[in-house]
Design a protein around this ligand. Structure first.
Ligand code: GDD
Ligand code: MN
Length: 447
């Protein structure tokens, strides 16, 4: 029975395991089903223990004892390597394609990639956020027919940026591209992009709609205007002359992504912009022009929330990540609550309702509106639906009430020696922080 036991840092141990096998002059290669691997990795001490192949007279555990800095165990314990099938080449290029309800387009795109990338060792990773139209089933069907196609199904998660990032991190290829799954991006560009990266002339090649004048006929007038405005904003944070920093179509050296991955936001649409703005070392960028096509099937997922997220990303980057997109949105929603509160209060007082009753109703309305907006915008990737919407409202109410108590406590304490408005501001800040942190951890925790 093949058995793979993951210990701590199993990935690192497996790498050691494979490289140790690589040291053998003539590796003995048992069929994979005969290999029994037991990896136990003491992260700090560097101890790696590996069991022998089951075919070789039973598995024995061997302590490599390589504390001083090596992975190799005793010679007889050197494990076997895994050899690929004869005609197989590891992909040099991974094309990551995020999808949400794109079942009609996916097979067409797969066929076009197959055509364009002839002669290249490539794979496509479709990253589907549990589309209601069961796009993933179509992807699985394609994978059964072609070794080039893989699919990742993500559940309880949403977001183009996060999906793209996960796809890129699932790759082991030297180069990764990201492109839309709705056929609006021109797959013909991929070969040019690859050529430029292979020549080492750039770290990233961006498909640009604006390099040869406006090339976004696939956008409506409003989208066109918005896109130009967003491009201006983006240029201001990147200090770059990139003609289309908003592009969702690019190819990059995977190594560059690996470096910047922990700093990237999972929210929003603008993965390229985020990579360029967050990279610890400036990336060399090159552009290739393409015509943004009309959408044939389905509809765009770019909505108001994505625009808000985008503005959040700009502020986050301007503040050097001190202010996160989520916190900014939470704060903005909180501010909108004050407006709701005052509006409802004014309305009820106008109808001669007693102040305490009017203010109670106003506060409850503001809290419910805050919760609903946060659920729609701030935590859209963790949105609570159905009955969970209502249990979330209760959690939000309880946590925010504690926030009020904490805020009042702090401001009363400060009020003793400071002007009233400093005390008031400090109380509001403490309350907001409390609300944000606890609601992120509890009401909208990742489950
Ligand atoms: N997995 C996943 N999760 N995929 C998503 C999500 C999501 O939450 N939202 C959108 N997608 C997928 C869509 O299915 C499509 O394949 C791709 O991401 C782009 O989404 P669209 O909704 O078609 O975006 P668009 O056409 O309005 O804008 C695109 O093109 C612009 C120009 O290059 C995006 O790529 C923009 O980032 C880009 O600026
Ligand atoms: Mn599109």
């Amino acid at each position: 029975m093949p058995r793979l036991v993951h210990g701590r840092g199993a990935r690192r141990a497996l790498a050691c395991y494979l490289s140790a096998g690589g040291l053998r002059k003539k590796p003995r290669v048992p069929p994979l089903s005969d290999v029994q691997i037991l990896i136990e990795d003491d992260h700090y001490g560097g101890r790696v223990a590996v069991a022998k192949a089951a075919g070789g007279g039973g598995a024995g555990l061997v302590d490599g004892g390589a504390r001083a800095g090596g992975a190799a165990g005793a010679p007889e314990a050197r494990p076997q390597t895994v050899t690929p099938p004869a005609a197989w080449r590891a992909p040099e290029l991974t094309v990551v394609i995020p999808t949400l309800n794109e079942r009609e387009s996916v097979p067409v795109l797969a066929a076009r990639l197959d055509e364009v990338l002839k002669g290249v060792a490539w794979e496509a990773i479709f990253v589907d956020d549990d589309s209601a139209d069961a796009t993933i089933d179509v992807i699985r069907g394609l994978s059964e027919a072609s070794p080039h196609i893989r699919g990742i199904r993500r559940v309880h998660r949403r977001g183009l940026a996060g999906a793209s990032l996960e796809g890129m991190l699932a790759s082991s290829a030297q180069f990764v591209a990201v492109m839309d799954g709705d056929l609006q991006h021109d797959e013909q560009c991929l070969t040019d992009m690859l050529r430029i990266l292979r020549a080492g002339k750039a770290d990233v090649v961006v498909g640009s709609r604006y390099l040869d004048g406006p090339g976004d006929s696939g956008l409506s007038r409003t989208r066109h205007f918005g896109s130009r405005l967003a491009t201006r904003l983006a240029k201001s944070i990147l200090h770059s002359e990139l003609s289309d920093p908003m592009s969702g179509f690019f190819m990059i050296r995977r190594e560059a992504v690996e470096k910047v991955a922990p700093a990237l936001s999972h929210q929003g649409f603008k993965i390229l912009l985020d990579i360029l703005a967050s990279s610890p070392t400036p990336l060399r960028v090159s552009e290739v022009p393409y015509e943004f096509r009309e959408r044939l099937h389905g509809e765009s997922k770019l909505d108001a929330a994505v625009v808000v997220e985008y503005l959040g990303l700009i502020v986050a980057k301007l503040s050097r990540d001190l202010i996160s997109i989520r916190f900014l949105m939470f704060g903005t929603v909180g501010a909108s609550g004050i407006v709701v509160n005052l509006a409802v209060l004014a309305l009820l007082l106008d109808r001669n309702i007693a102040f305490s009753a009017a203010q109670t109703a106003a506060m409850l309305t503001a809290m419910t509106s805050n919760y609903t907006l946060n659920n729609l915008l701030t935590y859209r990737d963790r949105r609570r639906r159905g009955w969970r919407f209502f249990t979330g409202l209760v959690m939000f109410a309880v946590l925010c009430s504690v926030g009020v108590v904490a805020g009042v406590g702090v401001s009363t304490f400060i009020y003793v020696g400071e002007p009233w408005w400093i005390a008031g501001l400090a109380g509001a800040a403490v309350g907001t922080l409390w609300n944000y942190i606890t609601n992120t951890m509890i009401t909208w925790r990742i489950h």
